[in-house]
Design a protein around this ligand. Structure first.
Ligand code: NDP
Length: 448
């Protein structure tokens, strides 16, 4: 008989927690997971998955417009927000059920209540019940940051945006990061008037400047307005029920919905980490070593709560590695370099490796290759938007240090290019690869 109730107790059934639970259980561990909300976490319930479905839904605006060029007659297309919203929410339920089955099939016990740390080997459930475990894994994720200003309670975050009762006519979005740019694209395509307000004068700070400039130019041409260097000072309710947004020194902006997308903070408040002697980092994150172990030997943490890289596939890898390390005899670390990422803006941006500016800083001499092209699909549709691909190459070794893309389907194309960057392939390897014609992706091997 073990001295503990469980071998592993996981707090949080999101991407990292579910992966760690099922892998640990498959290795033979006795596992339980506690989740206070819904199984699946941010990605499945109110993040990547429903967002991507909304992106797909909003793309029909372009497709229907282009259809006539291809000979189709589409009489008076109309869009119905409740239909899209409810279909997306039903799909989220389907995936939540699939995640739940995964836990059941692997005999992972789940508790639908909040759990906090009561000691190095003890968790306390909301019901007051205490359970012990040889190891505890904290995978509680992050939560949207709401900056302090008058009227912030009138605004929504990405937590609420999937449940809007009606499609707003005018949307103001604060922030110019991932969530802001993705929802700016969705709302704009669905016919809403969108204004993006940001505290600085940049969008998508971590991406290559040329891609950001292209996105700015295209989205402005599509009708999205920007107010830079303008954090929101105040949001006030008008007599007619609408909102007035005071940002920077600009004229107040009328809005029906104000979406705040100013980053996500690790959700560690009240988690009881002090009961195991774990001190939080400056952003509320749980500091961990390269094996995701906290300062307490029996407690691990993965995913957004550690504030390393806030991306689902990273949480999944970290959770998998913890389970393999603790119960599968395979202790290993995760490679955090060359992580591909994408912004599902319209058009989307995708990137892997170093931006041109980062490469110049780190390598000094770099060679830059670009392809600035109008996709065939856009030419035929008489759309003037151009795609832009960039290769950043180390002048000394010819190694491709970064691939940056903006244009239709760029995330789908980039995943394969990320393998090449990760493998350390050279520009000559790209050049030696025969083009796949006709495609946008062929531009990757045709840059000279
Ligand atoms: P981001 O970090 O991407 O962007 C935050 C934005 O808010 C920036 O424009 C920033 O301005 C601004 N900002 C930050 N703090 C404040 C503040 N206190 N007051 C006013 N403005 C502020 O955060 P998101 O919320 O968009 O997304 C959170 C995370 O979720 C992302 O970092 C990403 O890891 C993940 N995510 C990933 C997606 C994907 O992979 N496609 C999609 C959605 C989310 P400035 O740049 O000027 O500092």
């Amino acid at each position: 008989m073990s001295e503990f109730d469980y071998d592993l107790f996981v707090i949080g059934a999101g991407s990292g927690g579910v992966r760690a639970s099922r892998v640990a259980a498959a290795h033979g561990a006795k596992v339980a997971v506690a989740e206070e909300y819904r199984i699946g976490g941010t990605c499945v319930i109110r993040g990547c998955v429903p967002k991507k479905l909304l992106v797909y839904g909003s793309h029909f605006a372009d497709e229907l417009h282009d259809a006539a060029r291809y000979g189709w007659t589409v009489d008076q297309p109309r869009f119905d927000w409740p239909t899209l919203r409810d279909t997306v929410l039903r799909d989220v339920e389907r995936i939540e059920a699939a995640y739940t089955s995964t836990l059941d099939n692997n005999r992972v016990e789940h508790f639908h209540e909040r759990a906090v740390i009561a000691g190095p080997n003890t968790v306390r459930l909301a019901s007051g019940r205490e359970l012990t475990a040889r190891y505890i894994l904290v995978a509680v994720g992050a939560w949207p940051v709401m900056p302090a200003f008058e009227g912030s309670d009138l605004c929504i975050t990405s937590n609420e945006v999937f449940h809007l009762p009606a499609l707003p006519k005018r949307v103001v979005i604060q922030g110019a990061g991932y969530i802001a740019m993705e929802f700016a694209g969705i709302f704009n395509a669905l016919g809403c008037h969108v204004t993006v307000v940001n505290r600085s004068d940049v969008i998508l700070r971590s991406y290559d400047e040329a891609m950001r400039d292209r996105l700015l130019q295209i989205t402005m041409a599509r009708g999205i307005e920007y107010r830079f260097n303008s954090p929101i000072r105040k949001v006030a309710r008008q007599d007619d029920g609408s909102l007035l947004v005071h940002a920077g020194d600009h004229e107040p902006i009328p809005a029906d919905t104000v979406l705040i997308a100013t980053g996500r903070r690790p959700k560690t408040d009240g988690l009881g980490l002090e009961n195991a002697g774990i001190a939080l980092g400056a952003n509320g994150q749980i500091p961990v070593d390269e094996y995701s172990k906290t300062s307490c030997d029996s407690i691990y943490a993965v995913g957004d709560v550690t504030d390393r890289v806030q991306l689902t596939p990273i949480a999944i890898r970290e959770g998998h590695a913890v389970a393999d390390g603790l119960f599968g005899g395979n202790r290993r670390t995760i490679a955090y370099d060359s992580i591909p990422s994408a912004v599902f803006s319209q058009p989307p941006i995708a990137a892997v490796g170093l931006t041109e500016a980062e490469a110049r800083d780190q390598y000094g001499e770099v060679r830059i290759f670009t392809s600035d092209f109008r996709p065939m699909k856009n030419i035929f549709a008489e759309r003037h938007e151009r795609g832009l691909y960039k290769l950043v190459v180390d002048a000394g070794t010819d190694r491709v240090l970064g691939v940056h893309m903006i244009g239709p389907d760029s995330p789908e194309i980039l995943q394969a290019a990320a393998i090449a960057v990760r493998a350390g392939l050279t520009k000559a390897d790209f050049d030696d690869t025969v083009a796949l014609h006709p495609s946008m992706a062929e531009e990757l091997v045709l840059m000279r």
